[in-house]
Ligand binder design. Structure first.
Ligand code: ADP
Length: 251
């Protein structure tokens, strides 16, 4: 602003300012577009369970009295679609919250102990061998404990959902970062899918993902948490061989 109001700014300086101003406007438009797409995708995702609920309720109203066997089928479907809507809205709220950096509460956390607790719950839930490899590394970093738990949980949960064999977890300490990788030997992802995997509501196999309770928001949530911590997530995957998701967190 100082430069802009300074009558002695050179032509080059003014040109530079014009460029950064244009970039800023582009980013604002990009964000508005993203928000609009999110609202339209979210409404679309909520419409499906809503229309199942409406159809079954109408069916019960018309035929429920003459056909008591309909009762169980309809109420089960209504309940499970209502559950899905609840899960979707909860995850959408999470995503909105995680995008704001000020919602991150930093404290000293031990990543290995977070991972061990995730392994305890998911190995029981999926009856699966989840193996943790760590050298004697210092895995304490400054992070939001609950959110980092959530991000790693999503990756391990996905590894269990989209593969049938053991899952390997590894924590490594580098000079400037800590890496946490989650490796499965499942269906893997094509190069094309890998490019969209962190997009909100993106699912490779919608039917399978829906059956396993998937919303297509898990990886977007995970990505937003890691981004808010100043980290990144990388993926290596081969179709039918498996995938490795790696979180890189600054120390
Ligand atoms: P969902 O709730 O559907 O699991 P995610 O955002 O967590 O949503 O994942 C998006 C999609 O990425 C999933 O529907 C699935 O198709 C694919 N995916 C995620 N993790 C894996 C994995 N470990 N192996 C293969 N595909 C995966």
């Amino acid at each position: 602003w100082e430069k802009l109001t300074n009558l002695h700014s050179t032509k080059d300086e003014l040109g530079e300012m014009q460029l950064s101003y244009n970039k800023m406007i582009d980013r604002i438009y990009e964000n508005i577009e993203k928000q609009e797409r999110f609202v339209s995708d979210a409404s679309h995702e909520l419409k499906t369970p809503l229309s199942v609920i409406t159809s079954y309720t109408e069916l019960l109203q018309r035929r429920g009295k003459d056909r008591p066997e309909l009762w169980e089928e309809a109420t089960n479907a209504i309940l499970s679609e209502a559950e899905r809507m609840k899960q979707l809205t909860e995850q959408m709220l999470l995503l909105a919250k995680n995008q704001e950096q000020e919602n991150i509460r930093f404290e000293l956390v031990d990543i290995s102990s977070i991972i061990r607790s995730i392994i305890r719950s998911l190995s029981v839930a999926y009856d699966r061998e989840i193996i943790l490899y760590t050298d004697q590394v210092n895995t304490e970093i400054s992070a939001d404990k609950q959110k980092i738990y959530q991000a790693i949980y999503i990756l391990v949960d996905n590894a269990c959902k989209y593969s049938d064999s053991d899952i390997h977890l590894q924590v490594k300490e580098g000079p400037t970062e800590l890496t946490i990788s989650v490796k499965d030997f499942g269906e893997g992802l094509s190069k094309e899918d890998q490019q969209h995997i962190f997009d909100r509501f993106y699912r490779v196999d919608k039917a399978r993902s829906r059956k396993s309770g998937g919303t297509g928001l898990g990886l977007a949530i995970c990505h937003s948490i890691i981004q808010a911590h100043g980290g990144t997530i990388t993926i290596e995957s081969e179709l039918n061989e498996g995938s490795t998701f790696t979180i890189h967190l600054p120390k």
